[in-house]
Structures are given as structure tokens and as C-alpha cells.
Design a binder for this molecule. Structure first.
Ligand SMILES: O=C(O)CCC(=O)C(=O)O
Ligand SMILES: [Fe+2]
Length: 349
């Protein structure tokens, strides 16, 4: 029996009782009175659930539609063309089916590989970008399929729109944590660490136990913005213990916090387990945008999240070191272990 099975889509009130639907529209439109109540809603969602729907996000639907179309075209390529772009040490490129096991997850001991294939892109750095020339870790170049030149613009258009959205959300998170609105900005400047993941889940055989499209896990990002189409499959483990399948609500994205937000907030904000089982009988596509601080930033428990009765649970750490530590635990660079490359794919790094 699987950990979670999909249920019929519930009505919106039923959903909102579990995963809040939060409208950022008035705040984004410049209504100064909107920030305080919005931050209260966000804080409540982050402390109780770790997930919320963002409405009023301002990303035009055609940018989202073009990103999904580009993803479909990518995944329709012959396998050998995709394998030529195999996921590298910067977590950029193609992760094939059956190549990743949720090895490091404390949520669920996965024994079978994930039933999805994924294409990862990051900032589109040119060959003479200073960080590329310097060979800085985690600052590599994207790998594009030569046969599909036009998916690049659509994928990077989506990347830019979501990067702007992530940045616009930072003051709301800062306010929600009792910090000055511009507190996070310097930590995400020049530049935020971003992985954009185009996922494809073929219909899977659900008779087999312990096989997931994506086994239960938490993300390693600061926050993740997830775009889905109408094919179900995602389930979220609420603090009640219920595995809840959040339906797609048109005009929204699903936002969840990752382990970096949890660490920064001294566990006050939740990084909530979730996973995917595509028992729909049809192909499922989703797009996960993992938004994290500049790799050089030091993550030290926020001043508003600790005190004499609530000491920091985590020592200060440079985000790059946390990422590389994660890589070391989950990734074998030696030749002959290429399939292990996949192990690092899943936690939003
Ligand atoms: O496909 C989905 O709905 C979720 C993907 C996900 O959780 C991830 O890539 O971390
Ligand atoms: Fe995830």
C-alpha cells in the first residue's frame, strides 16, 4: 500500500482549511496598508503548514503556458539527445528516469528510484561570465539541446518572471518574521541561487509498492514555487499526519518553504514533506522553481527567532558549504558512478 493515494478534488473551502490561499495582489499593486495583514497570513501559513497558494502573483499565464510547452518539447526529444546533457556537478542538465533515489531523505526511506525525468536550468551564464571563467562551484553554464534552440527563450522567460516574483516576496517574508522589510534583500543580491526544474512523470504502475514519481522529501531551498497543470499526483504531509493532495487552483502557484527557511527561522517555519505518485494514467508535467540565497551568504538564525529561552539550534553557516556538504553526501563524482548524479537532484539544490 502506498503512503498516499489520490482522492477526489475537494472544494476550495475544504482546500483552504488545510493549505491557505493568500492574495499578494493588493500588496504587489502598491497598497501600503496591505503588507501587515498579508505578512500575518504568510506567517500563519509558514508556522502551521509550510505550504500556501499564492494568488495575485502577477506572472502572465502565457509565460507559464510557454514554459510548459517548452518542457514538453524537451522531454519529447530522443533519449540519447537528453543524455548528452546529463546532470553535472552544478546540478544543471538532464536527470533520466530511474536514476535518483531519495537517499538522503529523513522523511521516507526510499528503496526504489524516482519515476520522473527532469531538466534543470539555472542563470543563463555566458562562456565569459566571470564566475564561469573563475570556475566557481555552483555557478556553471546551462546545457541546452542543440536541436531545440527556441525552448531557451521560453524557459529563461519563465526563470526571469519567477526570479522577480521570488524577490518581490522577500519583504513579505521578512515582515512576517518581525524583521525590517528589506532584511533579506542583500542575501539574495548578485545573485540568488536558483534551480529551475522541468519535471515529467510518465504514467506509473501503481501496483508496485514503494515506487513514487518523487518519493516523500523536503526541499533544500529557501522557498519553492511550483507550477502544475491539471494532472494530479502531488501530496503534502500536513502536521496532522494527513497526506493531502492539493488540487490545482487556476491563477495560483503552490509555494512551499524549504530547509534553508527552516534553518534560518530556527525551525519556526516548516519545511513540509511532500511527494508525487502519478496514478493518473497519463503523463504529468510540473515545474519547480527553487529559490535560495546567494551562495556566499551566511545563514545565521534570525535575531527574531531566538533568545535566552530559545537558543539557536544551528550554528552560522555559509550557504555554499551547506550545498556542497549536501552534494558530498548525495553525489559520487568518481567515474563509473554517473547514475549517482541523480541523487542530488531532489532537494532543490
Ligand atoms: O511535481 C511536483 O508536483 C513536485 C515536485 C517536487 O516536489 C520537487 O521537485 O521537489
Ligand atoms: Fe519538492
Amino acid at each position: 500500500m502506498h503512503l498516499f493515494k489520490q482522492h477526489a478534488v475537494r472544494d476550495v473551502d475544504d482546500v483552504a482549511a488545510r493549505i491557505p490561499i493568500i492574495d499578494f495582489g493588493p500588496h504587489f499593486a502598491g497598497d501600503a496598508a496591505a503588507l501587515a495583514p498579508l505578512a500575518r497570513q504568510v506567517r500563519d501559513a509558514c508556522e502551521r503548514v509550510g505550504f500556501f497558494y499564492i494568488a495575485g502573483h502577477g506572472v502572465p499565464p502565457d509565460i507559464v503556458a510557454r514554459a510548459f510547452a517548452a518542457s514538453r518539447r524537451f522531454h519529447a526529444l530522443p533519449l540519447h539527445e537528453k543524455l548528452a546533457l546529463r546532470l553535472n556537478e552544478n546540478n544543471i542538465g538532464y536527470l533520466p528516469m530511474n536514476a535518483s533515489v531519495q537517499g538522503a531523505s529523513t522523511v521516507h526511506k526510499a528503496t526504489k528510484p524516482n519515476q520522473n525525468e527532469s531538466f534543470f536550468v539555472s542563470h543563463d551564464r555566458g562562456p565569459d561570465h566571470r564566475d564561469v571563467l573563475a570556475g566557481l562551484p555552483l555557478r556553471g553554464r546551462n546545457q541546452w539541446p542543440p536541436g531545440l534552440p527556441d525552448i531557451r527563450a521560453d524557459m529563461m522567460g519563465y526563470f526571469a518572471a519567477l526570479a522577480a516574483l521570488g524577490e518581490r516576496m522577500l519583504p513579505v517574508f521578512a515582515t512576517s518574521l518581525g524583521l525590517k522589510a528589506d532584511w533579506f534583500a542583500p542575501h539574495f543580491a548578485d545573485e540568488a541561487h536558483i534551480n529551475l526544474r522541468f519535471l515529467h512523470y510518465p504514467p506509473q504502475d501503481t501496483d508496485e509498492d514503494n515506487v513514487f514519481g518523487q518519493a516523500p522529501h523536503t526541499d533544500n531551498s529557501f522557498l519553492t514555487i511550483l507550477a502544475r497543470e491539471d494532472v494530479p499526483g502531488l501530496a503534502v504531509r500536513l502536521t496532522s499526519g494527513e497526506w493531502f493532495p492539493p488540487p490545482v487552483i487556476e491563477g495560483t502557484f503552490l509555494v512551499n518553504l524549504g530547509n534553508m527557511m527552516r534553518r534560518w527561522s530556527n525551525d519556526r517555519y516548516l519545511s513540509t514533506p511532500h511527494g508525487v505518485l502519478n496514478d493518473s494514467g497519463t503523463d504529468r508535467y510540473s515545474i519547480a522553481f527553487f529559490y535560495s540565497p546567494n551562495v556566499a551568504t551566511t545563514i545565521e538564525v534570525l535575531p527574531t527567532c531566538c533568545g535566552p529561552d530559545d537558543p539557536p539550534k544551528y550554528p552560522p553557516a555559509v550557504y555554499r558549504d551547506l550545498v556542497l556538504e549536501f552534494y558530498r553526501k548525495n553525489y559520487f563524482h568518481q567515474k563509473g558512478h554517473e547514475s549517482q548524479a541523480a541523487k542530488l537532484e531532489h532537494l532543490g539544490l
